[in-house]
Write a protein that binds this ligand. Structure first.
Ligand code: SF4
Ligand code: MG
Length: 324
């Protein structure tokens, strides 16, 4: 299968100004994202999960350089995004689109929906006016909106419909990959499932790849083909979705899954209740960053950061419990 997106050792470190905190002379930085590596195949959904503050949104925003990464590589179809020229970046931005949790804030309240959805076509200089409005109409119907909606304003729509408008705006450029950050988290449960089913249908019809960023394990389980679990800026486990849910290895993953009801899954229920809060990324624990909350932590965990171990094809875990 073709790798649509490759992310290699992605880092985003935010410098902390000297004197801002009482931390001596050393230049400090927050390692919001540290050495994150994964890839997304054409037409698949990769779920990125973890508690809020784990860095998953920063990963999402770094890929298209909404935030400039500190280091690493991001390749779209083999093209180097982080070193792309302006011209190449424009091409890539046509093929890779972002969808946010609350599209309302990005929808101009004074513009009609038709114009809002047309805008990306104008920015990318695609088509003449008549052609563009045809494409817009077609895209609105793809996301389940009606032609009459073309002339309405954003405030006339419900949350679920606004997310459809946000999707239309992303899809009008005929992209190959959508980066979605908590796309359904602001919606009521019944509306969530409508939007999720729409996303699945669109993916099939347009062979879209998705990066699906979410804190909601049930939603990700339904959406994703493979899942990466993040903790304090690092990927601690990665596996195909069924494998992750039936055979979670990392204690943090086990803790996340303990909180999700899943009566249909046969697994030795090792209930792990997370103790304590997510430590400050400003001052993360040494060794394994999860050791302050891990029921299995040993001496070694406090000293050495665990390396990634392969469990089976496609299943990786970074934890000292699993080295040979
Ligand atoms: Fe727990 Fe140690 Fe594994 Fe970290 S490396 S998750 S502290 S057992
Ligand atoms: Mg977030």
């Amino acid at each position: 299968k073709n790798k649509l997106l490759e992310v290699k050792n992605l880092k985003k470190h935010f410098p902390v100004k000297q004197g801002f905190l009482n931390i001596g002379k050393k230049q400090m930085s927050v390692k919001a994202v540290n050495n994150v590596t994964f890839h997304i195949y054409e037409g698949e959904t990769y779920g990125l999960v973890g508690e809020s503050g784990c860095g998953k949104s920063t990963v999402g925003r770094s890929l298209l350089r909404l935030i400039e990464p500190t280091d690493g590589k991001v390749l779209y179809n083999g093209q180097d995004i982080l070193n792309a020229s302006k011209k190449n970046m424009l091409d890539i931005r046509q093929k890779v689109q972002m969808v946010f949790q609350d599209p309302y804030s990005s929808l101009n309240p004074r513009k009609r929906i038709g114009k809002i959805v047309e805008e990306p076509l104008i920015i990318h200089k695609i088509g003449i006016a008549d052609e563009r409005s045809d494409v817009v109409m077609e895209t609105l119907s793809k996301v389940g909106l009606q032609l009459e909606h073309y002339y309405r304003y954003p405030h006339e729509f419900s949350g679920g419909q606004r997310q459809r408008i946000g999707l239309a705006r992303a899809l009008v450029l005929n992209p190959k990959l959508l980066i979605m950050d908590e796309p359904v988290s602001a919606l009521d449960v019944s509306i969530q499932s409508q939007v999720i089913n729409l996303l699945k249908k669109l993916q099939k019809d347009m062979s879209l790849g998705y990066l699906f960023i979410s804190h909601d394990m049930s939603v990700v389980r339904y959406m994703a083909d493979r899942i990466g679990v993040m903790y304090l800026g690092e990927l601690v486990e990665e596996a195909p979705t069924d494998e992750l849910f039936s055979n979670p290895m990392h204690p943090y993953t086990k803790a996340l899954l303990s909180a999700v009801p899943s009566p249909d899954i046969e697994r030795k229920k090792e209930e792990i209740v997370l103790k304590g809060d997510l430590p400050s990324p400003m001052n993360p624990p040494a060794g394994c960053k999860f050791h302050t909350r891990c029921p299995f932590a040993q001496k070694e965990c406090k000293q050495n950061a665990p390396k990634k171990h392969k469990i089976t094809e496609g299943h990786y875990v970074a934890c000292h419990l699993y080295k040979e």
